[in-house]
Each structure stands twice: as structure tokens, then as C-alpha cells.
Design a protein around this ligand. Structure first.
Ligand SMILES: N[C@@H](CCC(=O)N[C@@H](CS)C(=O)NCC(=O)O)C(=O)O
Length: 323
């Protein structure tokens, strides 16, 4: 995949991606500043000031794309979607001005990282939140960016939507951790494992957690009860990729997601939530996952599945909801 070392791109990063036992390791993000409503962090929330670099294929980026939509911030925070094949890092046909315009038609994301920090060492990932005023990266962690979008821009966004309400925070954090380790990142730990033992361990934890979630959702409309929260949207981005990408390409094939009675109905409700289908891009999801040469060397993109079963009626109305 490649990464930056002291500001220089290197293609062979194998030594940085796996632990000695063959397990896939996802490094922490490196830019950790926050946008705040009052600007006390040095990054004040303002319309038109911030820009998101994303790929519609990536589940981490998807978290931020859908929060931007749910909070009605699409005119407040600009965005570029990676729309060209990766040469080295994520590639964009459009730029944002100054030294971040396309060269020979391409703006590669690692140029954004070295524009912020010329000697940067680390991965070059989406989502990345850019400050057009200070001309630097604010943050490249999707969980942090989601939280910022949830509150910092409320002067312009929809303040009636709160994905991280104070009284549910402890429960949300607990669920997030279990879902992150075993499901969000669990599918990657299946797909990118380099030993049979590491794969089998990740596979067991993934399906054990999906079984637990399916059971929980039998009597609870959303993960934390009657109210939809960020825990649901963080799970959504993985569930919606499951049958189309993870089941086959990442060998997560004990069963399809649509075979789970509660998870499948829950997924249908979330997919049909106002605005969400419009920011769920199956063609790009397929293209991005099946272009990962490590797991699919031919790069061929499968034609199916024909029907993801997301548009029909769901049965979630039988459970009480807050709204
Ligand atoms: N911790 C990051 C992870 C983001 C991430 O790994 N994004 C992937 C795309 S799905 C990426 O850009 N990978 C490129 C790389 O690792 O070189 C977050 O949650 O924002």
C-alpha cells in the first residue's frame, strides 16, 4: 500500500503492517487536534473553512460522510471524494487551491500530508480533515471527526441531531470498543491476516460479536435502546459492506449478513434513513475493496450480488423508538 517516511513516499511498507504472529495491525491516527465552537483549540468552527478528503469506499471515511449529511453540514464543510485509481496514495481529480492542486490531473493524498508536515512519517489515510485557513491537517481519525461534526458546527448544522447524548456516553463507548475491535476492524483482521491462526481467531470473534448484536437487536430498536446514536452509524458502515465485500473478499463467510434476522432488518432501517442511501455508494465500495491487490491479485470486480435486500420493508417498527 505504501506510506510516508520522513516526508518521502515508500511503496514497500510490509514491515509496518503486521505483527510477528501474522495479525493485521491498524496504527493510530497521527493528527489529533479538534475543531471547537469557541476556537479555544486553535481551530474555530466556521462555515467554509474546513475540507474533508474521503473515499466513498472506505468505512472510516463513510462515518464522516454520513455524519456530515445527518447534521446537515453539506454546505458548511466542503468535501472531495477520491475519484481516480490509487497510484500511490488516494487520488483526486480536483484540488483545493495553492500547492494542493492536481498535477498532471491528479492530487495524491500524500501531498496533503506533506503540505501539513513536510517530514511526516506515517500512513496516509482517509478521512482527513483539512483547515483551509491555517493550511494544515486538523485530524485524521474518523471517530474524532465524527464527534466534532456532531457538536462543533451546531450554529450552522442541525442541532436537533445529537449522536452522542451525554446520558448514553458510557454505554456508547463500551459498545463502540467491542464493535470496533471485533467487527469494524475485525473484518480487516480476517481479510489481512497472514497466518491461519490469526485469521481463525479474528473470524471467531467477528461472528461471536455479530451473534451478540443480533440478539441484542431482537428487543432493542437501536444499539443503545430507543434512540439512534453514533454507535449505530459506526456499525452501519461495516454491515452495509458485508455481503458485497467482506463475505467474499475478506473471507468472512460463515454466513451472509442477510441471514441474520435482526441485523438484516436493522440494516434495512438504517439504509432507508433519510439521506443515507444517497451517501452509500455500492459501486465505489466494490471497486475499492476488489482493487486491494493483497487479497484480490487479479483486481477483477465481481458482478454480483444481484440483490442486497436493503430496499424492502423492515420489521423494526415493532420496537419502540424515541423519535
Ligand atoms: N484510524 C483511521 C483509519 C482510517 C483508514 O485506515 N483508512 C483507510 C481506508 S479504508 C486508508 O486510508 N488506508 C490507507 C493506508 O493505510 O495506507 C480512522 O478511523 O480514521
Amino acid at each position: 500500500m505504501g506510506m510516508l517516511i520522513n516526508g518521502t513516499w515508500i511503496d514497500d511498507d510490509a514491515a509496518h503492517r503486521h505483527a510477528a504472529d501474522g495479525a493485521f495491525v491498524r496504527p493510530d491516527a497521527n493528527f489529533t487536534a479538534r475543531v471547537t465552537a469557541d476556537g479555544s483549540s486553535g481551530f474555530k468552527a466556521e462555515p467554509g473553512r474546513y475540507h474533508l478528503f474521503v473515499s466513498a469506499g472506505c468505512p472510516w471515511a463513510h462515518r464522516t460522510i454520513l455524519t456530515r449529511r445527518l447534521k446537515n453540514l453539506e454546505d458548511v464543510i466542503s468535501i472531495s471524494f477520491s475519484d481516480l485509481p490509487r497510484v500511490r496514495s488516494w487520488a483526486f481529480s480536483t484540488g483545493i487551491g495553492r500547492n494542493l492542486e492536481p498535477k498532471e490531473g491528479v492530487l495524491e493524498l500524500h501531498r496533503v500530508y506533506t503540505a501539513a508536515m513536510p517530514a511526516y512519517t506515517g500512513r496516509v489515510t482517509v478521512p482527513t480533515l483539512w483547515d483551509k485557513q491555517r493550511w494544515t491537517i486538523v485530524n485524521n481519525d474518523s471517530a474524532d471527526i465524527m464527534r466534532m461534526l456532531n457538536t462543533a458546527f451546531d450554529e450552522w448544522g442541525d442541532r436537533t441531531v445529537d449522536l452522542y447524548p451525554a446520558h448514553l456516553r458510557a454505554e456508547i463507548d463500551e459498545i463502540n470498543q467491542r464493535v470496533y475491535e471485533n467487527v469494524n476492524n475485525g473484518v480487516y483482521r480476517c481479510g489481512f491476516a497472514r497466518s491461519q491462526a490469526a485469521y481463525e481467531e479474528a473470524f471467531a470473534r467477528l461472528f461471536e460479536t455479530l451473534d451478540w448484536l443480533d440478539e441484542r437487536l431482537a428487543s432493542s430498536r437501536y444499539l443503545c435502546g430507543e434512540r439512534i446514536t453514533e454507535a449505530d452509524w459506526r456499525l452501519y458502515v461495516t454491515l452495509v459492506r458485508f455481503d458485497i465485500a467482506y463475505y467474499s473478499n475478506f473471507k468472512c463467510n460463515r454466513q451472509h449478513l442477510h441471514e441474520y434476522p435482526n441485523l438484516s432488518n436493522y440494516l434495512r432501517e438504517l439504509y432507508q434513513w433519510p439521506g443515507i442511501a444517497q451517501v452509500t455508494d455500492f459501486e465505489t465500495i466494490k471497486r475499492v475493496y476488489f482493487s486491494i491487490k493483497d487479497v484480490n491479485p487479479s483486481g477483477l470486480i465481481p458482478i454480483g450480488p444481484r440483490d442486497l435486500r436493503l430496499t424492502g420493508p423492515h420489521d423494526r417498527g415493532r420496537l419502540p423508538s424515541w423519535a
